[in-house]
Design a protein around this ligand. Structure first.
Ligand code: PLP
Length: 371
């Protein structure tokens, strides 16, 4: 699904010497590479504070911990997402309240949020799924009206731009109170291990996030709140500093591959290509088809027989996961989520896809459908 080896081959000498330099200086934890990367990411995103941490799941958890919530408080989230988004909610004793997604963007449907708001609702968590921005303006309006926090799950969409109704443009992850992202190797900005970050324009929240990620301390050995240990290590920061200046080019490469797929599949019956809303500059973390009247498992197996990987993200939506049994949400009506879950199939998508590879993949899909 991704080709990290070819990508590495283009940046090998820079990456190798950056990693070696961290080792030679033995600045493994909170070294200058982390400090520099933080500033460079703040600059790239156009946000006041970036707080690096150990992974994207931690970023979401620390964000929830920083909001002063109490057990039983409700958090509105899509069910059609990676499990990390919803898992941290339950882990903290909060209640995930699942809201359906938009059938075109696959992101939280703003028109369905208000019906899910109760006295206990405290947070909305939009997920910029597959690299497409959730429709943030109406979400922010609802949040303001009901005095709710917004925590963006930007793990799949770093680099994506959202155009507001007034024409101004923001990077996703910088619109809500806190944005969370992941540097897992296969993400659009991936390191060579685990990594993540939170960002915010709010000074007080930034201080809180930094404190929680560091054992609840601002001053060493004086612990104000119960926190955790969540750090981005210097070697990962060094790798990210080399890849960040290339992120826009990486996103362009993904969009170019998506254009090829879109063009090929425009006349293939039963296949719907990913929607690109005019307010979102899609960064194609995934390229996901919606199949109608096509046997998805058989297509997946056929592609595998031709050495073409394809994946279902995600085969079981969160509200039907056994881990959430105690919330009694498995029979909740989320028709778009259920509909998508049974129809989506993601094709290989990365920065190194060549035209002959794309041709081979597309032809194989078309061959299966014609059979
Ligand atoms: C990858 C991902 C996460 C978690 O990131 P990790 O770094 O793997 O912990 C959270 N949310 C979404 C939507 C993701 O895709």
């Amino acid at each position: 699904m991704v080709d990290l080896k070819s990508q590495y081959s283009h940046i090998k000498s820079a990456v190798d010497s950056a990693i070696l330099s961290v080792i030679e200086k033995a600045e493994f934890i909170n070294g200058p590479e982390v400090v520099s990367f933080q500033a460079e990411l703040e600059n790239y995103l156009g946000v006041k504070h970036v707080i690096p941490c150990a992974n994207g799941t931690d970023a979401l958890q620390i964000a929830m911990m920083a909001l002063g919530l109490k057990p039983g408080d409700e958090v509105i989230t899509p069910s059609f997402t990676y499990i990390a988004t919803t898992e941290v909610i339950a882990l903290l004793g909060l209640v995930p309240v699942f809201v359906d997604v938009d059938p075109k963007t696959f992101c939280l449907d703003p028109s369905k949020i208000e019906a899910a708001i109760t006295e206990k609702t405290k947070v909305i968590v939009p997920v910029h799924l597959y690299g497409h921005a959730a429709d943030m303006d109406p979400i922010m309006t609802i949040a303001k009206k009901h005095n709710l926090y917004v925590v963006e799950d930007n793990a799949q969409a770093i680099g994506c731009e959202y155009t507001h109704q007034d024409g101004t443009v923001s990077k996703t992850g910088t619109i809500g109170d806190i944005g969370c992202t992941s540097f897992f190797p296969s993400k659009n900005l991936g390191c060579y291990g685990d990594g993540g970050a939170m960002c915010t324009n709010n000074d007080q929240l930034a201080e809180e996030l930094r404190k929680i990620a560091n054992h609840g301390q601002k001053v060493k050995y004086y612990h104000e709140v119960v926190g955790c240990n969540s750090r981005l290590d210097s070697i990962q920061a060094a790798v990210l500093r080399i890849k960040l200046p290339r992120l826009d080019a990486y996103c362009d490469a993904r969009r170019k591959a998506a254009d090829f797929y879109d063009n090929f599949f425009s006349n293939v019956e039963g296949v719907t290509t990913p929607f690109r809303d005019k307010n979102s500059k899609h960064v194609f973390h995934q390229y996901t088809l919606t199949l109608e009247g096509i046997d998805r498992d058989a297509l997946n197996a056929f592609l595998a027989s031709k050495d073409i990987p394809s994946m279902i993200y995600y085969p079981v939506p969160a509200h039907k996961q056994k881990m959430f049994e105690s919330f009694g949400c498995e029979n909740q009506e989320l028709p778009v989520t259920d509909w998508l879950t049974s129809r989506v199939l993601s094709l290989p998508m990365h920065t190194e896809l060549e035209e002959d590879q794309l041709n081979y993949i597309c032809s194989a899909v078309a061959e299966f459908i014609k059979k």
